[in-house]
Design a protein around this ligand. Sequence first.
Ligand code: SF4
Ligand code: SF4
Length: 220
Amino acid sequence: MIITKKKDRKQLLENVKGYKNFFLLGCSECATLCGTGGQEQLEELKQLLEAEGKAVTGAFVAKTGCQVLGTKVELKQFKEALAKTDCIIVMSCGAGTQSAVELFDDKAVYPSNDSMFLGNMTRLQMFDERCSLCGQCILDKTGGICPVTACPKGILNGPCGGTKDGHCEVSPDIPCAWVRIYDRMKKLNKVEEFKATTLDAKDWSASIKPRKLVAREEKK
Ligand code: SF4
Ligand code: SF4
């Protein structure tokens, strides 16, 4: 999921100070789980804007904010409210914000959140970064633990010389990713395979932005 955190509200109010009529657009997926774009957060922002003398013409939690056409269909019911709106505040990730930009090219669109990383929710509203979207996954060779993300240096054949007592030299509060990988391979009885494997330098061209994928063509 895409991990988001709320922008400072003073900064958000400053960003939108030139507008009067707002529509709030949340997302029922990642942003709701992050507590940044669900019903409760929309209501909070609505109250904040109203307290500042602004009008909120409508508020809606889209099913999946980054799904452009689905969001377009869902927003049809708000045609009148949107016609009265001069600014849409999107309470999801940067992708959701840009769905709104694509759908409403004549209106101001502002994000209420900062998009942080692709992560896993490990406890209620606790998130860990687990994948850096490198475009060429090597989890099949590393026991399912990603060194590109879990090692601050992104070392592909570790550990580096700095690991101490199983901890990382860069961030001593976290375990060394390569010690974790070794321990996991040991548990899986794959130490010999692990020792014999040298990972090739990554082809970073797979992560040059902006990337595009037409999945329906991939299936042919
Ligand atoms: S190797 Fe690449 S795609 Fe696989 S988990 Fe790590 S960053 Fe993500
Ligand atoms: S100690 Fe381990 S996790 Fe930390 S930088 Fe070195 S190899 Fe990477």
